[in-house]
Design a protein around this ligand. Structure first.
Ligand code: ADP
Length: 448
């Protein structure tokens, strides 16, 4: 096992990784920007290194500074968390070239899945069903019109380099498509420095269902079930649950088996997530995330498996040591992403935390670096906490979640807690009857 791991991230995920390391007897190195000197992940780590000023490009995205921090602290391995450099193939290569272990998949797999077109082609070849669409990127408006003719409107233009829903435009007619094509390309160029786009059939009422997989370096692959992440605003997830209210045991086993077979064919290692849209009983692959995900705790709560611990174990070359038949799911879990935002307008609300009280009790988990007096910086993502609740049934889980949300006190900044409190009392949500557009409509109704 590693002696020392450098955590190349901040906030709740840096803390999450620190906790797994500490429980395994591994020492931790935190890195931080000048804005995060007082952050909880820095306070709890065994050592910490300041890697630059507040803007992420100068600190958390500064590859050279992170590698230097690993060198001077004599770390064995680097865990990238999610976001920042976690899906940067060049960084993963540099980590290995400098003699550290990258806790994640190979740079080649990161690269393959980082480009949506090569990802889709690889997924198709590995036997996964994909959304009907263009074969590759689309070079011109005329080509876009021809492809759309073939698959039928409405269509969705997506950025090849996409992420976070940027560069995505729907078109329901040829005129709208010309406009969407131009807009998507300029948005993609601005966000990713790459204007390439491709096209997919736009699904009207899908759910977003993703499969968590774990693979070792010896060809063993298991899945840890699905997460339903359909509650999204601007393609950003806000609340996730496992299992999905839309799947039965047979459907779960079927998509899980297909996912494991594909992962084995690709020769992928470490943790990863296959994302699908699910409509009328059919799954359509949309992308693969080659890292730990924000919503991983709901999977941990129903499987009892610590995903970060498993990532660390398989990164040392250890075999998984269990098979699919050994994995048992128990009960139901929901995660609420708590952002420092106005719950109506979603305007960011950074600032100093006054009073702070986290909920507790059986089946309640809070992953957060917050404490009274902490200043939420304005430079980074607005997520400040995750509330994860487990119950023996979905109903028990929702009862507990309402209770826990009611106990949660975060003073000094606005948060999305009141929005979550409303969602968990909505009949559609209680009935599990929602798709990827439900939350947008719900939010729009409330602000009308
Ligand atoms: P990104 O990497 O930008 O997050 P994804 O491909 O993961 O892009 O898609 C993000 C979200 O956009 C999905 O969860 C879904 O809500 C929506 N979406 C993506 N593809 C389609 C599609 N073909 N039809 C309808 N909605 C889609």
């Amino acid at each position: 096992m590693f002696d020392k791991v450098l955590i190349a991230n901040r906030g709740e995920i840096a803390l999450r990784i620190h906790r797994a390391c500490r429980e395994m007897g591994i020492r931790t190195v935190a890195v931080h920007s000048t804005a995060d000197a007082e952050a909880m992940h820095v306070r709890l780590a065994d050592e910490s290194v300041c890697i630059g000023p507040a803007p992420a490009r100068d600190s958390y995205l500064n590859k050279a500074a992170i590698l230097s921090a690993a060198t001077i602290t004599n770390a064995d391995a680097i865990h990238p968390g999610y976001g920042f450099l976690s899906e940067n193939a060049d960084f993963a290569s540099m980590v290995e070239e400098h003699g550290f272990t990258f806790i994640g998949p190979s740079p080649d797999h990161i690269r393959m899945m980082g480009d949506k077109i090569t990802a889709k082609q690889a997924a198709k070849q590995a036997g996964l069903p994909v959304v009907p669409g263009s074969e590759g990127s689309i070079a011109s408006e005329d080509e876009a019109l021809t492809v759309a003719e073939g698959i039928g409107y409405p269509v969705l233009i997506k950025a090849t380099a996409g992420g976070g829903g940027k560069g995505m435009k729907v078109a329901d007619s040829p005129e709208a498509l010309r406009e969407a094509f131009r807009l998507a390309r300029s948005e993609a160029k601005a966000a990713f420095g790459n204007p390439d786009v491709y096209m997919e059939k736009y699904l009207g009422r899908p759910r977003h269902i993703e499969i968590q997989i774990l693979a070792d370096n010896h060809g063993n692959v298991v899945h840890l079930g699905e997460r339903d992440c359909s509650l999204q605003r601007k393609h950003q997830k806000l609340l996730e649950e496992a299992p999905s209210p839309a799947l039965n045991a047979d459907q779960r086993a079927r998509i899980g088996r297909i996912a494991c077979e594909a992962i084995a064919k690709l020769g992928y290692r470490n943790a990863g997530t296959l994302e699908f849209l699910y409509e009328n009983g059919e799954f359509y692959f949309i992308e693969m995330n080659t890292r730990l995900q924000v919503e991983h705790p709901v999977t941990e709560m129903i499987s009892g498996i610590d995903l970060v611990r498993e990532q660390l174990r398989v990164a040392t070359g250890a075999p998984l040591g269990y098979g699919q038949a050994d994995i048992r799911f128990s009960g139901h879990a929901v995660e609420c992403r708590i952002n420092a935002e106005n719950p109506e307008t979603f305007a960011p609300s950074p600032g100093r935390i006054g009073g702070y009280h986290a909920p507790g009790g059986l089946g309640v988990r809070v992953d957060s670096g917050l404490y009274a007096g902490y200043r939420v910086p304005s430079h980074y993502d607005s997520m400040i906490a995750k509330l994860i609740v487990h119950g023996t049934s979905r109903n028990e889980c929702l009862m507990r979640l309402r209770r826990a949300l009611g106990e949660f006190v975060v003073e000094g900044v606005q948060t999305t807690i009141p929005l979550h409190a409303r969602i968990v009392n909505e009949p559609d949500f209680i009935n599990g009857d929602y798709d990827i557009h439900w939350l947008e409509k719900f939010v729009a109704q409330r602000t009308e």
